[in-house]
Design a protein around this ligand. Sequence first.
Ligand code: GLY
Length: 340
Amino acid sequence: MLARRSFLKLSSLGLSAFGFSSFRSEADARKPIVISTWREGIEANKAAWAVLSKGGRALDAVEQGVRVTEASQNCCVGLGANPDRDGYVTLDSCIMDEFSNCGSVAFLERIKHPVSVARRVMEKTPHVMLVGSGAQQFAQAEGFPLEPQKLSVEAQKAYDNWLIKSEYKPVINIENSGNLKKQEAFAPHKLENGNWNHDTIGMVALDANGNLSGSCTTSGMGFKMRGRLGDSPIIGAGLFVDNEIGAATATGQGEDVIRICGSHLVVELMRQGNSPEMACKKAVERIIKIKGPAAKDIQVGFIAINKKGEYGGYCIQKGFDFAVCYADDKNFMVPGKFII
Ligand code: GLY
């Protein structure tokens, strides 16, 4: 596999910085560019942009970008996030580059940066995916420290609250950024039931050399069954990159993204000539068709960019926004269009 990889390697229109914008994205192709899910994307994009703006590789940008979110102690992602129903935080992540190299870790505990472990899986093993204790063992062997097994204060509070009823049901990921005051709009917040208002950060980028990469990282559904995996560590579901066409990533209820191989579907729809926005819309419509009336009980959002740097996003229902960055002073939220 390593030999194969070596072979493969041979062979402005943002209305206000950090504000909301609603112009037609497809008319606005740019390079380099990075986009990412939810309002945490603003901070993550800054780190990615620091790489892209210096001519760096999209792969480095998408790793550096989501590491910011993974390190945050007050988010849906990383060790500060909500635990599973047995009280353990388990993390899932994947990364994919312009050569179709990819790496993934799932059900990983006590490691701060799953995305970087996923990259090591991609670069240092003949495999794509490592899970559970094997992934943790590999991470430690690669020098990633084992962090204390301790919930963040916020997560402990939410878990204690959840334990009162121990209700096991999916939560719709909605931010309603449009309803928030500007100063609140980028602060992660929790829903009344103690869950984060969303679950995942996915990021896709096009670098100055015209190469695409993507990353996706999550703690998964809050209070999930122990051992449950969603779409985020699954190449083709939570993330897909085809350097000839484009890149896509997903957020929301992973089970329904997996059902349609969502991110792969979005890229294939772009291959058929759809804009990134239209491709995301058609993928969302497919989920709605499968789910029928139950679609109103879930949220899924996709974002995508194509080889020209055009971008777009779509979701099932109102409340999903994504962050777009293509200059030092152009890093802004775009409300995801929705169907229901
Ligand atoms: N989209 C993240 C998950 O379902 O786990």
